[in-house]
Design a protein around this ligand. Structure first.
Ligand code: FEO
Length: 396
């Protein structure tokens, strides 16, 4: 079960092929995931992170086949969320009193979740280090809000491994462990989905933290996150991607997002898509019907986009709950620097577009007043309205 990462460092985590969602149902999993834990066996034996509670029995049992648990000198908890700390209660029943190195905030989250204030917490902050023998040290770097207030990374000197926890991860099962062994298209698709849906709200902090990490001038041979592939081939490629993604990322893409009651708003969406392609032939146009789309995939499309057009019919003086619920999730992302517009059909009162504009404005989009608003069902005469909206949203 132990897999070699480098020298005396091994992976001892859990590959979760069956996982379908994460954070409740807030994050879809299409290609499995993993909870990566690591064992460092120098003069001191160190366990870095554990796994989610449902796998704690297997985790502890497997660890016992590799080492005498009593030989573990230190446990590092880079982050208290249950997918990484879930096996601590079972493990610490076997080795009570083992020192747990973590941030002050992690003490709060671990105590709040497991109600074990007597665990042997050793609070660390950025720059603190732990000598583990053979001339090697673990150096701690607080990663506040990447993505929780308690998050930190741990750097192993000499082997030059950054155990980054959630940062630089992907919800992606890679049995072969390493980025160079993974399907490259899937790897980068999962990495950008992970950033778009989990880290976007913290992008300003990500930018500053990346500068701080780069400023430390630490040689980095491997970035070992707590989910997905371990970056050993050109590990800085994912740091460079994060620098790009954290900087109000957008490409020449416009995404149309809608739901429909009797296909009128759907017809508008398709008319607008045609008009966008004519107005700006180089722009990639995507159309997402929320009724049949994965919400995390749609958020990733928004992340890639320079503008979005959101459509809903008016219903009960408001918008469809599918669109409202989705936009609530989008608001959490705190997107910046993206344009937006509204469209939709109505039968009687027609407040839908106004409601959409208000929500999009409150969510940080640069909303234009131009719209397509259709009483009842559109015919081809709405091509001209679609053209006008396409020209307005693609105008600089
Ligand atoms: Fe924030 Fe992978 O947990």
């Amino acid at each position: 079960m132990k897999k070699l990462v480098k020298n005396n460092v091994s992976w001892v985590g859990h590959i979760d092929w069956e996982l379908e969602s994460f954070h409740g149902d807030d994050y879809s999993i299409h290609n499995g995931s993993s909870q990566n834990a690591y064992l460092v066996q120098e003069e001191k034996t160190v366990l870095i992170d554990t796994v989610w509670k449902p796998h704690s029995n297997d985790f502890v049992a497997n660890l016992k086949t590799e080492i005498d648990l009593k030989s573990i000198d230190y446990i590092i908890v880079n982050h208290g969320e249950v997918d990484h700390s879930g096996a601590l209660p079972e493990l610490l029943q076997e080795i009570p009193g083992t020192p747990i190195y973590c941030t002050a905030n992690a003490v709060k989250s671990l105590t709040g979740q497991y109600h074990q204030p007597d665990w042997n917490f050793q609070v660390v902050k950025t720059g603190d280090s732990l000598d583990i023998g053979n001339g090697k040290k673990l150096v701690f770097v607080e990663m506040r809000m990447l993505h929780w207030p308690d998050s930190m990374a741990t750097y192993l000197t000499e082997d030059n491994i950054l155990f980054s926890n959630d940062a630089f991860g992907q919800h992606f099962a890679v049995k072969e462990l390493f980025n160079d062994r993974a399907d490259q298209c899937q790897l980068m698709a999962e990495a950008i989905k992970y950033y778009a849906n989990i880290l976007t709200p913290f992008s300003p902090l990500v930018k500053n933290k990346l500068k701080e990490i780069i400023g430390l001038n630490l040689p980095i041979d491997i970035i070992a996150p707590s989910h997905g592939a371990i970056w050993r081939d050109n590990p800085m490629q994912i740091v460079e991607k994060y620098q790009e993604w954290a900087d109000n990322y957008q490409t020449d893409q416009i995404t149309i997002i809608y739901d429909t009651m009797w296909n009128g708003t759907q017809k508008l969406a398709h008319l607008i898509a045609e008009a966008l392609s004519e107005a700006s032939p180089d722009t990639r146009v995507k159309v997402c019907n929320l009724a049949v789309s994965d919400k995390n995939d749609v958020v990733t499309e928004i992340f890639r986009s320079k503008a979005i057009l959101v459509g809903s019919p008016t219903v009960s003086n408001d918008i469809l709950s599918s669109v409202g619920g989705f936009l609530h999730f989008v608001r959490e992302m705190k997107f910046k620097g993206k344009k937006a517009a509204a469209f939709g059909c109505y039968g009687w009162s027609g407040e839908g577009n106004k409601v959409l504009r208000e929500i999009l404005t409150n969510s940080g989009f640069d909303v234009i007043e131009d719209e397509v608003k259709c009483n009842w069902n559109p015919d081809d005469s709405f091509k001209s309205a679609a053209k006008a909206l396409a020209e307005a949203i693609t105008a600089q």
